[in-house]
Design a protein around this ligand. Structure first.
Ligand SMILES: [Zn+2]
Length: 388
């Protein structure tokens, strides 16, 4: 079932070797078994079901390493307040928490699966999914379960992240809530979470609170990542470096010194340019600061209802390139290899022998068109583990 030969690839970007023109890829049992020029395809590998790429360019499947894909309700009032001005009442994260609590698990799973399906249609084959719109013990665990169930329905590789430390819930004592987040860590791990994330920023959690939560998370065997320096420079990126987090994400207010600390600690910098667009922050230059310090970069959608309502890695790549100043190849690498590194995966994000058979067949004969052809559907076919 998971064997596939993709033939007549116009240009194959694998990152494992230079671009191959007129290429073929063989996927056996869901992993890459062979790649090379189509006319060199070994005879004994020609039996598998075939997909004719008809000259299209092919990339490794996109790795979307930062999403908040589990929520109910909408944030249209927030959007209209920002865009139209006038008499709207933005509800913020708290309004999504209320709407999510009111949604039945079945409905929540279906809407989450629909989002993951749109991500997959846009080329994502590996997706990180955060909780964070529950903010009680039971509701956060429910969201982790929903994320896993939805991912199972859509056939993407998913890892889940416990983000109980998203905001302090309305009416709760913050010190007590931090204790509750820490006490929930073993249950979060038991419900399948691989990661713990903290929104460490002005108006969210402090550096000291984040240190306590993430240190405890590491003791419980969870990997750590952070929302850092999005709204102000608070020292969050330095904390990510101190703790050896897999990634620090957003980073709009990162300094050169912070970036150097991240580079020294091999913390991946996750760029979420759709959030900069959506919130009209006008902040794009941090990508350059990170790159100059030698930080490994990833690009993600930040799919969430309030500040980046989208399921499109191509859109994130376009903004990474056109607004943040990355090169085309650099953006594509950040969206594949970079995302894999942010999730500490070496089996996705590239098409080396033995890697997952995750491919994006583009709707164009050249990968530059992912950025150069705006407003078009970039992806023709997404292949995950050899399945189209
Ligand atoms: Zn986020």
């Amino acid at each position: 079932m998971n064997d596939l030969v993709v033939r007549r690839i116009g240009r194959l970007t694998s990152w494992a070797r230079p671009v191959i023109e007129d290429a073929a890829v063989v996927i056996t049992d869901g992993v890459i078994a062979w790649l090379g020029p189509d006319n060199a395809l070994p005879a004994d590998l020609r039996d598998a079901p075939e997909l004719d790429a008809a000259g299209a360019a092919v990339l490794p499947g996109f790795v979307d390493c930062h999403t908040h894909a589990v929520w109910a309700g909408d944030r249209r009032e927030d959007f209209l307040a920002r865009v139209d001005g006038g008499d709207y009442r933005p509800g913020g994260i708290a309004s999504t928490v209320v709407a999510t609590a009111a949604a039945a698990t079945e409905e929540l799973t279906a809407t989450t699966a629909a989002r993951l399906s749109r991500m997959r249609s846009n080329g994502a084959t590996t997706v990180e999914i955060k909780s964070g719109y529950g903010l009680t013990v039971d509701s956060e665990l429910r969201l982790l379960d929903v994320a896993a169930a939805a991912a199972g329905q859509v056939d993407v590789s998913a890892s889940t992240t416990y983000l109980g430390a998203h905001v302090v819930p309305v009416g709760r004592d913050r010190a007590e809530y931090v204790e509750e987040v820490i006490a929930t860590l073993p249950a979060a791990a038991a419900h399948g979470a691989q990661w713990c994330d903290v929104f460490c920023d002005e108006g969210a959690f402090t550096v000291d609170e984040a240190r306590r939560i993430l240190s405890a998370a590491a003791r419980h065997g969870l990997g750590t990542r952070m929302h850092a320096e999005q709204l102000a420079n608070t020292g969050a990126a330095r904390l990510a470096a101190e703790l050896g987090c897999a990634s620090a994400d957003h980073l709009d207010f990162v300094t050169a010194g912070d970036a150097q600390a991240m580079a020294a600690a091999a913390v991946v910098g996750v760029l979420v340019p759709v959030a900069s667009l959506y919130t009209r922050s006008g902040r794009w230059s941090h990508a350059t600061v990170l790159r100059e310090a030698g930080v490994s970069l990833a690009i993600a959608t930040d799919c969430n209802p309030g500040t980046a309502h989208n399921e499109s890695m191509p859109l994130a790549i376009q903004l990474g390139c056109l607004e943040m100043g990355l090169g085309v190849e650099e953006s594509l690498r950040a969206a594949t290899l970079g995302g894999a590194k942010a999730l500490r995966r070496d089996d996705v994000g590239h098409l080396g022998i033995g890697a997952h058979g995750d491919l994006v067949v583009l709707a164009s004969d050249h990968e530059v068109d992912v950025v150069a052809h705006l407003g078009a559907a970039s992806v023709a076919t997404t292949i995950h583990g050899g399945r189209t």
